[in-house]
Design a protein around this ligand. Structure first.
Ligand code: PMP
Length: 453
């Protein structure tokens, strides 16, 4: 049983599930419709729970693709959005408005202070405080902008990204993509080189970060003019299956890339805002300071918002040209984003992610001791993954088994995420207001589905 919860959604009034399905089939592209074999209809959400058209409650273990950070329809975020909606819904950056400016300050207040590390420790210049170079509406746009700034700033073109990485689906960001399943057969990826993935479970060098980092040196020496625009990676890969980067990888690579004149971009679209528990930003777990940080998803708790945060010097590349967008940092999203920051602080969300995430990892490891089909359990805070394999020695992906458990957990009341190149990784990344009793329910549902296999 799900833990008791004091909220009842209002009765749903509208077209039936079958009618909605028919409308979607006729008027929308089939993209993602078949996430579940039998699709779920969601009509209400409250904190860590979602409700279907019949009022049935589900535990949301995927947070709208790692986006609902502090909880569905969180009252404080709702209040901020509604108040701003009534005052002014839209204005652009060509006018002054308090929300975007105050938000930029409050957001960059959350960046770690020491920027002297930018060019590698001693002798590095203090480039000043990080600032928001640009507000956007999504993670793809943030990364698109980040690689453009890297290219403008360095005067170089070559970018290095990781195999198995995910950075978005715009023309430019699809080129960074390290997963064939998400690539379309269109021209993309000019000047992008994919490095060996430092995946401790499946990678060729196990958990030896510096060994993988040598591949980046090789790429620079063999596939570029010896100078690069930059390097981009997630700090724990998300869509690729909750894959942490091997120990010591990022510090080594950042040094190599900077020596080749490039700048280092951390894609914090999934790992930011306390999700990893131990730190506010994922890059802090790796002990590096990037030159550009891209963010989206959890930043707005579901509001369409993203940001590119960088040093004043790199941000100045945008001052060279006419460059602004229509919606980035609009007052409603800014007001909501500010509320998200307040809630993270006031409710100790980061500490919760560490505590409840630890409880979740313990539960999943308990399952791994019982079910041979579990090949790997990994994660940090509430950024967790569990990979199913047919055989622990060969690590052959257990696709059908994953599909079964995924569907069965939905019937039992838990909505999981799925990912990885072979679709055999459960991604468990709930809203960070999830509680330990919720986690116990989730682990019990997984246990039941795995036992039925
Ligand atoms: N970067 C990462 C790490 C992501 O996970 C995603 C989305 N899954 C993106 C970028 C792209 O974000 P969006 O879908 O908002 O464009």
């Amino acid at each position: 049983e799900l833990p008791p919860f004091d909220y009842k959604p209002a009765p749903y009034v509208g077209p039936s599930k079958e009618e909605v399905l028919a409308l979607r089939k006729e008027h929308l592209s089939p993209a993602m419709l078949y996430h579940f074999k039998n699709p779920v209809m969601i009509t209400h959400g409250k904190m860590q729970y979602l409700f279907d058209e019949r009022g049935r409650r589900y535990l949301d273990a995927f947070a709208g693709i790692v986006t609902v950070s502090v909880g569905h329809c969180h009252p404080e975020v709702n209040k901020a959005v509604i108040e701003q909606t009534e005052r002014l819904q839209h204005t652009t950056v060509i006018y002054l408005n308090n929300q975007i400016a105050e938000y930029a300050k409050e957001l960059t207040d959350r960046m770690p202070g020491n920027l002297k590390a930018r060019r590698g420790g001693k002798g590095g210049r203090d480039l000043g405080r990080f600032l928001v170079a640009y507000f956007v509406n999504s993670g793809s746009e943030a990364n698109d902008m980040a690689i453009m700034m890297a290219r403008l700033y360095t005067g170089q073109y070559d970018m290095i990204a990781l195999r198995n990485g995910y950075h978005g689906l715009t023309g430019a960001t699809m080129g960074l993509m390290g997963l064939h399943t998400w690539k379309a057969n269109i021209p993309h990826g000019f000047g992008v080189h994919h490095a060996l993935n430092p995946d401790p479970y499946r990678g060729v060098f196990g958990n030896d970060g510096p060994a993988y980092a040598r591949d980046v040196t090789d790429i620079i020496q063999s596939s570029t003019p010896g100078r690069v625009a930059g390097f981009i990676s997630e700090t724990i890969q998300g869509v690729g299956g909750a894959v942490p980067l091997a120990d010591g990888y990022l510090p080594e690579v950042y040094k190599t890339v900077r020596e080749a004149g490039g700048i280092c971009i951390a894609d914090e679209v999934q790992t930011g805002f306390g999700r990893t528990g131990s730190n506010y930003w994922g890059f802090q777990n790796a002990g590096v300071t990037p030159d550009i940080v891209t963010m989206a998803k959890g930043i707005g708790n579901g509001l369409p918002l993203g940001a590119v945060v960088t040093t004043p010097e790199i941000a100045a590349t945008l001052a060279q040209r006419l460059h602004f967008n229509t919606y980035g940092g609009n007052p409603v999203c800014s007001a909501g984003g500010r509320a998200v920051l307040r809630v993270i602080d006031q409710e100790g969300i980061q500490a919760k992610a560490a505590d409840v995430g630890g409880h979740l990892l313990k539960g999943l490891r308990g399952l791994a001791a019982k079910h041979d089909v579990i090949g790997d359990v990994r994660g940090l805070g509430l950024m967790t993954g569990m990979e199913l394999v047919k055989d622990r020695a060969t690590k052959e992906p257990a696709k059908e088994e994953t599909a079964y458990v995924f569907e069965r957990c939905k019937d039992l009341g838990v909505l999981l995420g799925k990912g990885g190149l072979h679709g055999n990784v459960f991604r468990i990344k709930p809203p960070m207001c999830i509680t330990k009793p919720d986690v116990d329910f989730l682990v019990a549902a997984l246990d039941q589905a795995l036992s039925e296999l």
